[in-house]
Design a protein around this ligand. Structure first.
Ligand code: MTE
Ligand code: MO
Length: 323
């Protein structure tokens, strides 16, 4: 089993994170105090302060033992276009977003459609820690300790019918709460999809937390997908809708540029993006981060290193054509 041992964690990483958290608690604590005395701009900062920490979590045998990307990088270098297109935007602009209460609508080819409250879908006892590589199509990667649960058993509760060949996910569409949606950088709501066997694969998870606490808004609170063998954009954030379909659903990135972002989007060092290579990647945190020319140096791996577990899903397919 590949489980992260404490010896794998750099001391600097631990210090980084605890200093960060202490500083954060201080700032947010102050924010909450001031908010109580009616400065409206600060009121909602209290959501961050009340972010729940999970207790003892089961460690998943699917975890990688690679060095973790720092909490700081994981929570300040983000892609979440609903909150802006620069990497630093989501952390800043999502600060006031309140991800509670939250419900998820389930529809399409299943026997148990309906609207489910998040707390009924995800029980704390079912949660585990899963350390996964996340590989962005922009040729960088991170290693993130997610808190989540396998998607398959959860989907089964809705009793998908024999016609359910795919499952589509959608993000909340609410420009008042997600200011990035006031610009048409993508067709909102953000949507993604998986083939049913991909969705049921034991590596596919719903995440509700990272680093032992509830998901920060910028990472997709309160509920997001993580599909570790696919490019990061398949891991859709802040999900409000699950729909079982017979036909392949549309996805936001394919709608924007079908020749650049395919439906499968499996990490594949041999199939380049039309505008850049996918052969190498840069691990966030590697080397001096202030250099303007941050060159990808690590060899990218087929299916992001998860080939042994998932290659059989694509047997017989031409991965150049079905990218
Ligand atoms: N709704 C939504 N989900 C999204 C995105 C987005 O812009 N909107 N960006 C994707 C991309 S490109 C990546 S790489 C990952 C980044 O996840 P992280 O910020 O938690 O590392 O989220 C994915 N999920
Ligand atoms: Mo990405």
């Amino acid at each position: 089993m590949l489980i992260k041992r404490p010896a794998d964690i750099r001391p600097s990483e631990i210090t980084d994170r605890s200093t960060y958290l202490a500083r954060r608690r201080f700032i947010l604590g102050t924010g909450a105090l001031i908010a109580a005395t009616t400065i409206p701009g600060l009121r909602k900062e209290a959501h961050g302060a009340s972010r729940q920490k999970f207790g003892q979590l089961a460690k998943s045998p699917f975890s990688t033992n690679e060095e973790l990307t720092s909490y700081e990088d994981v929570t300040t270098y983000n892609n979440f276009y609903e909150f802006g297109t620069d990497k630093g935007d989501p952390a800043r602009i999502s600060e006031e977003f309140n991800p509670r209460p939250w419900s998820v609508s389930v529809s399409g080819e299943c026997a148990k459609p309906g609207t489910y409250d998040l707390d009924d879908l995800v029980k704390p006892a079912a949660l585990e820690e899963r350390i996964y590589r996340l590989r962005c199509v922009e040729a960088w990667s991170m290693v993130i300790p997610w808190v989540g649960l396998p998607l398959g058993p959860l989907l089964k509760r809705f009793e998908p019918t024999g016609n359910a060949k795919y499952v589509e996910f959608r993000t909340l569409h609410d420009p008042a709460r997600m200011p990035g949606q006031r610009r048409t950088v993508l067709k909102w709501p953000y949507r993604e999809g998986l083939r049913m066997d991909e969705a049921m694969h034991p590596l596919t998870i719903f995440a509700v937390g990272l680093y032992g606490e509830e998901l920060p808004n910028q990472n997709g609170a309160p509920l997001r997908l993580v599909v570790p063998w696919k490019y990061g954009f398949k891991s859709i954030k802040s999900i409000v809708s699950i729909r079982f379909t017979q036909r392949r659903p549309q996805t936001s990135w394919s709608m924007r540029a079908a020749s650049e972002y395919g439906f499968y989007s499996n990490v594949n060092p041999q199939v380049d993006h039309p505008r850049w290579s996918q052969a190498k990647e840069r691990r966030i945190g590697d080397g001096p981060s202030l250099l303007p020319f941050r060159v990808p140096k690590r060899e990218a791996r087929m299916f992001n290193g998860y080939a042994e577990q998932v290659a059989s899903l694509y047997r017989g397919m031409d991965l150049r054509k079905q990218f």
